[in-house]
Design a protein. Structure first.
Length: 460
């Protein structure tokens, strides 16, 4: 099931595949199977789709070297902002924890309601599960606070950021899996939010936000970018397509057969022994990573090293994203929601994982007496180490258009069930920083070492 949420103050897509009945085991090397039975005794399986456990992602992003150093997020604080919340959030997190981390203590988790009880909207329970469970998956010993907003994010974003800056200490990491196009904010809203974000980073708080899931347009008829991801004080997280142990090789542009079943020619794969990571542009769900150039903020001084890329792509403002992480649906992380195992993708999946990764980084910095990150962006653009990132490069997979992983021009469906590129052009994925995946995805200890070098050089 694909669920879209759009209001006048918010554009966000939540992509999930949850409501499938149990099926028999098949000899299918493209089958995602849940690690445990659902509450009704059925076993969730997804023919032709892949999924990942936390341990898969640890391996794919070279996080085990950090865990071997004792970096588990112990003592760290993640704050997640979500609308409406979930009445089963803690129970679902406990099931996820007991399934994947049975030998570890359950983390400190609490849901807070600083602006009153939420309206009823159980469709957001999936988003809550994704955010808290995959933050926990990356930093399993970190404390997690869920700030529950009673309505759409943008109505309460300013109040939520101000609350976090007031109530939380230096070293806090904030994950925001939401956004709206810049033009939907008033000048006063932007001014107040920017003051709050700036106060936060000066205090030592670090903010992360998703760039969106509808490509370069965010679902509109022209190129746009999403705020708060475009804020210079927020680290913008885009999406990649992680293929771990397999790679796409579509020979048809048609995702579904006339029967409604997934077309095996579209979902055709090649087994591989290593990992492959491309830009996230997934035709069968008509979704791809957001990115582009801001119309609100000039190119910051710390983005001087990439300004020519921005200019070349007809931009003249802050470029996003800064970093990226897996956002694929075919290759998503497993989640548990109200008794049912499922999978969910989108940059809503990328943000909590990247945020939790930096909880591990903050733990190391604190142990070394180096303080906390605070404003991350100026540090990222000083890193000059090509081993720090998985650089995302353009790639053609298979034999048809649906295998093009070149940019973030979102695909669209035709009446005959095939897919073609949509009307709004995308931004190219290139060597180095670009406006689809930023610098790429951080590479575990390699990134840590590169960041520590930059921070040490700044202190000298």
């Amino acid at each position: 099931m694909i669920m879209f949420y759009r209001t006048s103050k918010e554009i966000m897509i939540i992509i999930s595949v949850l409501l499938l009945s149990a099926c028999s085991n098949e000899d299918d090397n493209q089958q995602c199977t849940a690690p445990d039975y659902n509450v009704d005794g059925t076993l969730t399986q997804y023919k032709s789709l892949h999924c990942y456990t936390p341990q898969d992602i640890h391996d794919a992003y070279q996080l085990n070297a950090l865990y071997d150093m004792g970096l588990t997020g112990e003592g760290g604080q993640i704050v997640i902002i979500d609308s409406f919340g979930s009445p089963t959030a803690k129970e679902d997190l406990l099931m996820f924890h007991d399934t994947f981390f049975p030998e570890q203590l359950f983390p400190t988790f609490q849901a807070l309601f600083p602006f009153g009880e939420p309206n009823n909207d159980d469709s957001w329970e999936i988003e809550v599960s994704l955010d808290i469970q995959w933050a926990h998956a990356i930093a399993p010993r970190a404390n997690i606070d869920l700030i529950v907003l009673p309505d759409e994010e943008n109505i309460y974003t300013e109040e939520a950021i101000a609350y976090i800056v007031e109530e939380y200490p230096a070293g806090t990491i904030v994950s925001m899996s939401f956004g709206d196009i810049e033009s939907n904010y008033t000048a006063l809203e932007i001014e107040n939010l920017e003051e709050a974000f700036q106060a936060g980073v000066m205090k030592g708080i670090t903010f992360f936000a998703s760039t969106g899931d509808i490509g370069s347009s965010n679902g509109f008829s022209e190129k746009t970018v999403s705020y708060p991801a475009s804020s210079p004080f927020v680290t913008a997280v885009g999406g990649t397509f992680l293929q771990y142990g397999w790679s796409r090789s579509p020979t048809s542009n048609k995702p579904y057969l006339n029967s409604g079943d997934r077309n095996p020619n579209y979902f055709n794969i090649n087994p591989i022994l290593t990992r492959l990571e491309t830009v996230w542009n997934e035709p069968w769900v008509a979704s791809s990573t957001g990115g582009g150039s801001s119309i609100l903020f000039d190119i910051p001084k710390w983005q001087a090293s990439v300004k020519e890329t921005i200019y070349t792509n007809s931009g003249n403002g802050r470029g996003i994203p800064d970093l990226a992480w897996n956002a694929a649906v075919n290759g998503a992380g497993l989640i548990y929601t109200d008794g049912v195992w499922g999978i969910e993708g989108g940059t809503s999946a990328s943000v909590p994982q990247v945020a939790a990764f930096f909880v591990l980084i903050n733990q190391y910095l604190a142990e070394q007496g180096m303080g906390y990150i605070g404003h991350l962006n100026p540090l990222l653009y000083q890193i000059n180490d090509n081993t720090a990132y998985n650089d995302i490069l353009p790639l053609s997979q298979g034999t048809v258009l649906a295998g093009e992983q070149q940019n973030n021009q979102t695909f669209t469906y035709l009446d005959d069930g095939t897919v073609v590129y949509g009307d709004v052009p995308g931004y190219p994925t290139t060597v180095g920083w670009d406006m689809t995946t930023g610098f790429g995805s951080p590479r575990g200890k390699h990134f840590l070492n590169a960041l520590v070098k930059v921070m040490s050089d700044d202190d000298n």
